[in-house]
Design a protein around this ligand. Structure first.
Ligand code: NAP
Length: 281
C-alpha cells in the first residue's frame, strides 16, 4: 500500500472522502456505511469529513461506520466553517463534531477555507484544542502559498500539518508553487475531488487517454485516481458511496506507470507553467 506521512503517522496515500454521504434514504446510508467499512477493512484508515457535509450528516454516518475499528488505527480528519474560526466557536463546533463521530478526539482539524476571522485568532484557538487533547494536529484547507506564508509568521503557524486542496488531472495549478512549498515546509498535501467532484463525470478524457485506460485495464476513474497517486506526495481522498466504487478505487493503488504513459497524460492535461490562482470547489 502506498503511504504518506500525516500528523507524525504513516497512513495510506488513499483516504476516503465523505461529502454527500449520510443524506439519502436509510437504504442509501446502509450502502454508504458498507462502502466505508469495506475501505476500513482493507486498510483505508483515513477518513475526511466536515461539519459542513450534510450539516453533520456525513460525520454521523462516519461515526456509525467506524464503530468496529480500533480508534488508534483510524485517522479522522474534520473541518470547521470559517465562521466558526474563533476559539470559542471552534470549540463548540468541535464538540458537536466529536459527538457525531462518537469519538473523543480528532487526528487532524482543518479550517475549511479562509474567512474573515484573523488567522492569528484561529491558530490560537487550534493550539488550545490541541493542548486540551481534543485534536492531535491541525491544518488548513484551500490555502494558497501567500496564506500559508502569512500563517507561518504567526504563533502556532509552524505547527500546521496539512493543507487540503483541489487536485486532479484537470486542476494541476498546485504543482507550480504550492506543492513545492508544502514539501519545503513539511506540510502534507491532501488532494480533494480526484474525479472533479459532482457526479464523477466532470473531467472529459480525450481519446488517447481513454485508449490508455483501456490498454491498462482501468476505468476512467481508476486512471484519474491512480494518476493522483503517482508521485507519492499527495494523500488523495475520493468519495465513493457504493461498494463497487470503493473497491475500484482501492484497486487503483496497485497501478504503476511508465514514463511514456505519464507523457500521454501530461500532453492531454498539461500542468500550468506559471502561477495560477488556487482553484477551489
Ligand atoms: N476541503 C475542501 O474544500 C473539499 C472540497 C471538495 C471535496 N472535499 C473532500 O474530498 C472528497 C472527494 O471529493 P468529491 O466528493 O468532491 O468528489 P470526487 O471524489 O472527485 O468524485 C465523487 C464522484 O465520483 C464518483 N465515483 C467515485 N469512485 C468512482 C469510481 N470508481 N467509478 C465511477 N465513479 C466513481 C462518486 O460516485 P458515488 O458517490 O456514487 O460512489 C461521486 O459521484 C469529498 O468527499 C470531501 O471529503 C474537500
Amino acid at each position: 500500500m502506498q503511504t504518506i506521512t500525516l500528523a507524525d503517522r504513516t497512513v495510506p496515500a488513499l483516504g476516503m472522502g465523505t461529502w454527500g454521504l449520510g443524506e439519502g434514504s436509510a437504504a442509501q446510508r446502509q450502502q454508504e456505511r458498507a462502502s466505508l467499512q469495506w475501505g476500513l477493512d482493507h486498510g483505508l484508515t483515513v477518513i475526511d469529513t466536515a461539519e459542513m457535509y450534510g450539516d453533520g450528516a456525513a460525520e454521523t454516518l462516519v461515526g456509525q461506520a467506524i464503530q468496529g475499528t480500533p480508534r488508534d488505527q483510524l485517522t479522522l480528519i474534520s473541518k470547521f466553517y470559517p465562521w466558526h474560526a474563533t476559539a470559542r466557536k471552534m470549540r463548540s463546533a468541535l464538540t458537536a463534531s466529536l459527538k457525531r463521530l462518537h469519538t473523543d478526539y480528532l487526528d487532524v482539524y482543518l479550517l475549511h477555507w479562509r474567512g474573515t476571522t484573523p488567522l492569528r485568532e484561529t491558530l490560537a484557538g487550534l493550539a488550545e484544542l490541541q493542548q486540551a487533547g481534543l485534536i492531535r494536529a491541525y491544518g488548513v484547507s484551500n490555502f494558497d502559498v501567500a496564506d500559508l506564508k502569512e500563517a507561518a509568521g504567526l504563533p502556532g503557524g509552524s505547527a500546521l500539518v496539512a493543507n487540503e486542496v483541489l487536485y486532479n488531472l484537470a486542476a494541476r495549478g498546485i504543482e507550480v508553487d504550492l506543492l513545492p512549498y508544502h514539501r519545503a515546509h513539511h506540510l502534507t498535501t491532501i488532494g480533494y475531488s480526484p474525479f472533479g467532484s459532482g457526479n464523477g463525470q466532470q473531467i472529459a478524457l480525450p481519446r488517447p487517454v481513454q485508449a490508455l485506460a483501456k490498454a491498462k485495464g482501468l476505468s476512467p476513474w481508476q486512471l484519474m485516481l491512480a494518476w493522483t497517486l503517482r508521485t507519492g506526495q499527495v494523500l488523495t481522498i475520493p468519495k465513493a458511496a457504493s461498494l463497487a466504487h470503493m473497491q475500484a478505487n482501492h484497486a487503483a493503488l496497485a497501478v504503476t506507470w511508465t514514463p511514456a504513459e505519464l507523457a500521454v497524460l501530461d500532453h492531454a492535461f498539461p500542468a500550468p507553467t506559471h502561477k495560477v490562482p488556487l482553484a477551489m470547489i
